[in-house]
Structures are given as C-alpha cells and as structure tokens.
Write a protein that binds this ligand. Sequence first.
Ligand code: SAJ
Length: 423
Amino acid sequence: MSFQTISVIGLGYIGLPTAAVFASRKKKVIGVDVNPKAVATINQGRIHIVEPDLDIVVHAAVTEGYLRATTTPEPADAFLVAVPTPFKGDHEPDLGYIESASKAIAPVLKKGDLVILESTSPVGATEQMSAWMAEFRPDLTFPQTHGEESDIRVAHCPERVLPGHVLRELVQNDRVIGGMTPRCSAAAASLYKIFVEGDCVVTNARTAEMCKLTENSFRDTNIAFANELSIICDKLDINVWELIRLANRHPRVNILQPGPGVGGHCIAVDPWFIVSKAPAEARLIRAAREVNDSKPEWVLEKTKLAVGEFLLANPLKTARDVTIACLGLAFKPDIDDLRESPAVAITQKILATHPGPVLAVEPNIDALSGQLAGRLRLEVIDAALAVADVIVLLVDHKSFKTIPRSILTTHKVVDTRGIWSAC
Ligand code: SAJ
C-alpha cells in the first residue's frame, strides 16, 4: 500500500513526534488538533511540548513543507488517532476524545483509507471507534460488518515510547500491530514500516489493546512491590535500597525502585483500564494501584515525624519555625513535566498542613504556576539547603545527586528515592 498523505489526529506528546517522523521520511503529513494555539505554534515550525530534539525535527518538517497543522480534518490515506484517554469517576476509561476524533474524521474518509488508534485504550475501544465512524458514514463499509472486504481498514497500534527518548524509541522499538482483520494489520504494518526499524509484530486489535495495558501494569505492579518493600523495611529497620540491590543479584530477580508514588499519564492510569473490564479478576493489578497511590500519604507521615524529631532536638522552636524544603516536583527525574506528579501532590499537602515556611527546588522549571504559586517559594538548591531544617527528597534529578551525603547529619531528611540513603 502506498500512503501519499498521512493525517495525525492529536498533536501531543505522541502525535506530534509521530507526525514529525513521518514528515522526516518525506511523507505529506496533516496534523490535526483542537487547540488552535498548538496548531499555530507548529505551523511556525515550533513546538508546544517538551521533548529533546523534537523542535529540530518539527522545524525542518514544517519549513520543507512536509508537515502542516490544522484544526479541521482533511482527506488523507491514513489517519492515526493519538488523543488522550483519561479516566473518570471511579477510574472508568473516558473515551470521549476518541469519540470526538472518530466523528471528526468520518466526513473525510474515502474507500481504501486506513484508520489507526494509537491512544492507550481499554479492550474493545478499537471496535467502538470503528462503530462510531460507521454510524456517520453509512455509505462506507467497516471491518466489524464486512471483514476483509471492508472499504475502511481499522487497527490498534499502541504507542510505547518513553518520554524523554521519544524520537529514538519511535524508530527503534518493536511495534504491536492489531488489525481488526489480517488485511487491516497488513495495511497498518506497511504504514509503520515507513520509519520503524524494530519489528512490526502482527496480532488482532483486542490483543494489541491488552498488550499495551499489560506492559504498563507490569511496571506498575513491580514498582508497587518495591514501594511495599520500602514500607516493610522501614518498619523492620532494614535499608531497602541495599536489600533490592542484593536481591537483584539473583539471576531471575529484577525489582524496580521505590519512590514517593507513581506519576505520569500512563502507568498510574492504564492498569485501571484492565480493572474496569474485569473488576473481580484483576485483584493484583488493583492492589498494585492502591499501594502506589497510597505511597504519598506514607511520605507525608515520614515528613511529620522528621519535623517532630527536629522539634525534639530544638525544644525552643515551634512547628512555625521549621522550614521544609521539597526537592523535586516533576513526575520523574530530569524532565520538566509536573502533571500527575506525586511530588507535586506531596508538596501541596505539606503546604496545606505545615504552619512554617515551605520551599521547593525544581531545577527544570523557571516559575511555579497554578495551585503551587503563592505560598510556596521556588528556590535554587544552595539557598534551600542553607535555610531548610527538614529536606524531603522527592525526585532523583541529576543535580540533587551531587549534594553530599553529609546532609543526613546536618538536616532531618526524608529520602524517598534513596539518593543518600542507598549507600
Ligand atoms: N518509577 C518508580 N520506580 C521505578 C521506575 C519508575 O517509582 O523503578 C516511577 C517514576 O518516577 C514515575 C512513574 O513511575 O513517577 C512512571 O515513570 P516510568 O519511567 O516508569 O514511565 P513513563 O510513564 O514515563 O512511561 C511509561 C513507559 N512504559 C513502560 O516502561 C512499560 C513507556 O514505554 C510507555 O510508552 C509510557 O508509559 C506510555 O505512554 O504508556
């Protein structure tokens, strides 16, 4: 199959890099986003998100005329849907963005087109997307009713790239291709082969949906195991970092690292998509979510204890005199992304409950915004260490790792990442 024009619906952390990489292979790419500001920024050859080297690729793609952004879908040979899939209420998946995208592209579909769902989705979402498009285009046939003979081919090909390494992983990672029929899979595989150097492994749509959810649930469960161990070890006076290092010397053990909780828009969300489809059966997956979601509360308790210990050693002071410095706000090291960050949630709770000054150090941002702005002061490391009595280390950014271990003797420290306590 030859694809002259490719349209990417949703120009966020996945859609924009994907559009730019197709364009870098000299394909005509039409990017579509509901956000007119993002569209304008991209059409100026700039980007509205943070991802290493993406600005260079987008700038080249736009100036060479291969990539153009718009707010309204236009005809294309292939459509990739990369819109958010958050959860709502009691952790049920919210497919509202997929529904809107399906209805937006339906009017411009023509016989022979390929539509791919890239967004991480609950099992059955690809069939649902196809049903939404069919509803709007009774003149075209779709795989759920016409199988291999359908006018439109539909597949689920989940993204699997790690933020911060998106451009490399897009090209090098293997790709799971889940067509609604074998012909749909073949069409999707030939599209990805335009830039994917990894294997394009073919399966059906439901297995591809579950595969993506399984990958992130596996990681969530492993992190929950590490987080639970950290709480048990604290109780039993064992250094969890040393324990994990020792256990991982076994050839078949590979435990991940504890932290203040699990953040980001994927690992803390996707396991719920499995739970929502099989609530009685997904017991371990749910428990892992609960363990990871409860870790920030435990960090808050440890912070209160540290303040108490400081006051015991300084009986003339009150809690009002105790300065707490929270090191790190991002959801993981060496990025500037604060969304869904346990570090932000913990800092906000400390701010709400601690009567004394609270500082934050986040070397990857210039200013605080939203709910964090106001009482919270953003400081550089040295200034924060100079005035803080209690240090709460929340993110293992590179620059924090240079702070000497002697901090454990000069300050009360809650080290959620083990950067000093691991030795
Ligand atoms: N974390 C720990 N301990 C660890 C590893 C991670 O506490 O040992 C925490 C991080 O600090 C962070 C959270 O987990 O708060 C998630 O970070 P991450 O680096 O594990 O994952 P994400 O959310 O950046 O990206 C994941 C990746 N999935 C897997 O590794 C299985 C990525 O490949 C997916 O494409 C991405 O989710 C996604 O979009 O689904």
